[in-house]
Design a protein around this ligand. Structure first.
Ligand code: FPP
Length: 252
């Protein structure tokens, strides 16, 4: 802000660098298709720019002190999209993920992939292993950016229930010892706190099967901005809005 704005009494806008930030922010990266359509481009062009936005915003989050940043990149339902769009997204994971992870690890961001990875093409799974090996070099206290691929909240809870049921069947767990904590510990997000803030760009107002269990007390922030256009200023606006909320977690 310049000297004239200050003389006119305008207050400097708080940015993520000088305001408290949530520990865990999650984003439903929506609006890539519409962003591309508006420009007469194929939908895959929107996903490509969306992937670049992921790198920029994840790195910004780390720089302002957000410990965990989690995004929804491909849902268990996205397989229903036209085959050429599914192929384009798989190719993006194939060509971009490892390269992005390398630059992000160099900036101190550990990239991890969450979801049912068992059905992904073998070469992508190998690259994800490499991305995780890179993340491990930063140690467990590093800021983490997680990409949810073939992720579905219901599918995740179903898998957790199956794992616990198996322990009951094996006689290693009593049904009465199943707790909210033991369910949390069997989710893909076992190693991280629940999201404080979930952002959905593009004007849609629904959760779309994202972090169903973990979002019980998350604050939601909706904006009309399309994900490929989402900027660090948009992130600051979301955090500022979050900072004005009163979180009571069911108390008074
Ligand atoms: C939703 O927008 C977006 C997706 C289904 C894909 C999101 C994936 C990425 C941004 C790629 C990330 C990849 C890496 C390697 C970081 P939409 O297609 O539903 O948009 P629309 O609602 O405007 O049609």
């Amino acid at each position: 802000m310049g000297i004239f704005d200050r003389l006119k009494g305008k207050k400097p806008q708080a940015t993520g660098k000088n305001m408290p930030v949530p520990r865990h922010i999650a984003v439903i990266m929506d609006g890539n298709g519409r962003w591309a359509k508006k420009r007469g481009l194929p939908r895959k062009a929107g996903h490509k720019v969306g992937a670049e936005t992921f790198r920029t915003i994840a790195t910004y989050c780390k720089d302002i002190g957000v410990q965990y940043f989690t995004v929804y990149a491909f849902s268990t339902e996205n397989w229903k999209r036209p085959q050429d769009e599914v192929d384009a997204l798989m190719n993006l994971f194939r060509t971009y993920l490892r390269e992005a992870a390398e630059t992000m690890v160099a900036r101190g961001v550990a990239v991890r992939v969450l979801g049912d990875l068992s059905v992904l093409p073998e070469d992508i799974r190998r690259q994800i292993d490499e991305v995780h090996a890179l993340a491990d070099t930063l140690g467990e206290n590093a800021a983490t950016a997680s990409l949810c691929i073939n992720y579905g909240g219901r599918d995740e809870i179903k898998n957790a229930v199956r794992a616990l049921a198996k322990q009951v069947q094996d006689g290693t767990l009593k049904p009465e010892d199943i707790t909210e904590d033991s369910i949390s510990q069997n989710l893909y997000t076992a190693h991280m706190p629940d999201p404080d803030l979930i952002i959905r760009p593009s004007g849609e107002i629904r959760t779309s099967n994202f972090l169903l269990w973990q979002s019980a007390y998350s604050e939601y922030y909706f904006t009309d901005v399309l994900w490929p256009d989402f900027s660090t200023q948009d992130m600051d606006a979301a955090i500022a809005d979050f900072n004005r909320r009163s979180r009571r977690f069911g108390g008074v």
